[in-house]
Ligand binder design. Structure first.
Ligand code: SF4
Ligand code: FES
Length: 274
């Protein structure tokens, strides 16, 4: 891929209110444009005027795209679904930071009040070997799906609904499981890691079920198979930079990586296979 010089300057007004209301932000956007997987890409420059500080980052991109469409140009492709920080669909890099500058915030929940008027924002896709770019800001994160599928199922009786609290779980375990389950699979941890490692994501998934009684039957297989799938997908090794933790919008703790290492080591010893 090549990074070319700015190609276009587009004025796109975002009316924030009637005369007399506060003026919005003036921004310069340098957005990565790439037509298809493997195609050369380049940054394209756009100017936006009067961007409301109440907008989310994705709404600001919507405004940009409305302007592009009006001009008969191709809108910037980016992923989103819930726009509530739940689904993990959104995600790209703003000024070198996955999901942008706001701690523990997805780009869909990031508001334009986080930026100053006159700023230049460099917007580019997650860059990792295991996440090939499909178009503009959209990357293929199906490697995560294959890792989760490798983890398999949990053996639960799906007959009638059990009574509440029929399975007693120590509070600490329940909270550890709940914290790990907060991972939305966005991939920011991979994008932020200099090695493109998925250890935080896989650590969260393995730790979540390892802390619960329902996750015990397949505990060893899950750790071995998810790590094998992770390696097969081309994610890098963890070298404890913990950039993943710093960029995670859901506050997934680095202790999940240590838990994954323990789960993998114990499972390897018990299985005798590694
Ligand atoms: S660990 Fe955090 S950054 Fe990584 S996929 Fe899960 S929510 Fe996203
Ligand atoms: S669009 Fe669902 S988390 Fe951002």
């Amino acid at each position: 891929m090549s990074a070319a010089s700015p190609t276009a300057v587009q004025g796109a007004a975002s009316p924030t209110g009637a005369a007399g209301t506060k003026q919005g932000l003036k921004l310069v956007l340098k957005v990565w444009r790439q037509g298809a997987r493997g195609a050369p890409g380049q940054f394209e420059t756009h100017e936006l005027q009067n961007v409301s500080t109440d907008m989310s980052f994705l709404e600001m991109l919507d405004v940009l795209n409305e302007g592009l469409i009006r001009e008969g140009k191709d809108p910037v492709a980016f992923e989103h679904d819930c726009r509530e920080g739940i689904c993990g669909s959104c995600g790209f890099v703003i000024n070198g930071q996955a999901h942008g500058p706001q701690k523990e915030t997805t780009v869909c929940q990031l508001h334009m009040r986080s930026f100053r008027s006159g700023e230049t924002l460099v917007i580019e896709p997650f860059r990792a070997t295991a996440f090939p770019i499909l178009k503009d800001l959209v990357v293929d994160r199906s490697a995560f799906d294959r890792i989760v599928a490798a983890g398999g199922y949990v053996s639960v009786n799906t007959g009638s609904a059990p009574d509440a609290n029929a399975i007693l779980i120590p509070k600490d375990n329940a909270e550890r499981a709940f914290d790990a389950a907060a991972c939305i699979g966005c991939g920011a941890c991979v994008a932020a890691c200099p090695n493109g490692s998925a250890m935080l994501f896989v650590g969260a998934k393995v730790s979540h079920l390892a802390a619960l009684p329902q996750g015990q039957s397949e505990r060893d297989h899950r750790a071995l198979d998810m790590v094998a799938a992770m390696d097969k997908e081309g994610f890098g090794d963890c070298s404890n930079h913990l950039e993943c933790v710093a960029s995670c919008p859901k506050g997934i703790a680095g202790t999940n990586i240590a838990q994954l290492n323990r789960e993998f080591a114990k499972a390897s010893l018990r299985s005798g296979s590694r």
